[in-house]
Design a protein around this ligand. Structure first.
Ligand SMILES: Nc1nc2c(ncn2[C@@H]2O[C@H](COP(=O)(O)OP(=O)(O)OP(=O)(O)O)[C@@H](O)[C@H]2O)c(=O)[nH]1
Ligand SMILES: [Mg+2]
Ligand SMILES: [Zn+2]
Length: 355
């Protein structure tokens, strides 16, 4: 059973110490904060987090959809307990909107990230740049999926414009309604592999899943006439098996992803800018009017779109701020540890555990 969900020799090896401790492997297929749904060899069950994991989750985040976990079944208790989370091969993460520090893992151990945008008012090159930076950073292969191709009459033109900002990432127009591009999309998910759909509400993520499944499994809903926005129909992340093998993770719509340590992802999306910077006369060129600046030259002769340049600067700045704040949090934590040890020392406590 769990082979279908991508259980592999590499995972079996990583799991060996837990197997030795009598735990069983499982994969989280429905994300719920306290009680995720886990698929195991023996079937699907609701599990709870061990006390230690619950405590750790406050800083490290909760186990996510797609995570492989080690479970214990306690006699006399209906629920299995998640004792450990196996190291993630890939992870799509974002900084939560309300906090610089809280990192949310949206999907773990995914092979393909479908960055989904609808070919209507939702289509926005700046948002795609941001989503793609996070997607490249995840370690999975990003693919831009442009939905509702049946509605547009400039699809090829729009796809070309998207390809120009997508840094070599495949761009795939699809229509669930007319069955366009679905075979190609389906072939991107091989047996045992996991894909995740990321994008705004109402772009047709759940409709796409239903179309691939050939049944109306996921709830879907029309978008608001006034501004073309979705109504946040999907409320949790759910991993489903596809006929013919492979899995897809449907997610609630998100308009924003705050970047977390995404320097590499950013560099990949803005490879054109990195290449230009390398041609500036001065290695530490700030591209603000220095002589021999290749970025300024490209802006002047139209090779570099000023909006793209401005967005690159904005995202770079955002990353710098989040890194600084993370360092500050780490310092605060170190300071608190120091103070705790001092107090313990003063009170003569000897059994203090080193963190
Ligand atoms: N014309 C057209 N409409 C589509 C297509 N795919 C989806 N829709 C419509 O778009 C609306 C929103 O679709 P959903 O699948 O619920 O969107 P979603 O991305 O899952 O939205 P959230 O769950 O809120 O994130 C529905 O009315 C769908 O019928 C398509 O290929 N063509
Ligand atoms: Mg949905
Ligand atoms: Zn320069």
């Amino acid at each position: 059973m769990i082979e279908q969900y991508g259980w592999s020799d590499a995972l079996r090896q990583a799991f060996a110490p837990h197997a030795g401790a009598g735990l069983v492997p499982g994969r989280i297929i429905v994300h719920r904060r306290e009680l995720p749904l886990v698929v195991t060899e023996g079937g699907t069950l609701t599990a709870r987090l061990s006390g230690r994991l619950r405590h750790e989750a406050r800083e490290a985040g909760h186990p996510a959809a797609g995570d492989w976990v080690a479970l214990s079944a306690n006699p006399g208790e209906a629920k299995a307990v998640i004792q450990a989370v196996l190291p993630r091969r890939t992870a799509f993460v974002r900084r939560a909107a309300d906090s610089l520090q809280t990192v949310q893992v949206i999907a773990a151990n995914v092979d393909v990230v479908f960055v989904v945008s609808s070919l209507n008012a939702d289509l926005n090159p700046r948002r795609l740049e941001r989503f793609l930076a996070a997607a490249w950073q995840s370690g999975a292969q990003p693919v831009v999926v442009l939905t509702k191709a049946d509605l547009g009459d400039r699809v090829a033109e729009q796809a070309a414009a998207v390809a120009a900002v997508a840094a070599g990432c495949p761009v795939l127009p699809v229509s669930s309604r007319e069955g366009l591009g679905l075979g190609e999309l389906r072939r991107l998910i091989r047996p045992g592999e996991t894909a995740v759909l990321i994008g705004s509400s109402g772009v047709g993520k759940s409709t796409l899943v239903n179309t691939l499944l050939g049944e109306e499994r996921m709830a879907t809903q029309g978008i608001r006439e006034a501004d073309g926005r979705g109504k946040h129909t999907t409320s949790f992340r759910e991993l489903v098996l596809l006929p013919g093998g492979g899995m897809i993770l449907d997610t609630p719509g998100i308009r924003e992803v705050g970047l977390v340590e995404a320097d590499e992802g950013l560099g990949t999306v803005f490879d054109d800018i990195e290449q230009l910077s390398a041609q500036c006369r001065f290695r530490d060129c700030r591209h603000q009017g220095e002589p021999g600046c290749a970025v300024q030259a490209a802006l002047e002769d139209g090779r570099l779109d000023p909006a793209r340049w401005a967005h690159f600067r904005k995202l770079s700045e955002e990353l710098a701020v989040s890194t600084q704040s993370k360092d500050r949090v780490a310092q605060d934590a170190a300071g608190r540890r120091q103070a705790r040890m001092q107090r313990a020392y003063l009170s003569g406590k000897r059994d203090l555990k080193q963190p």
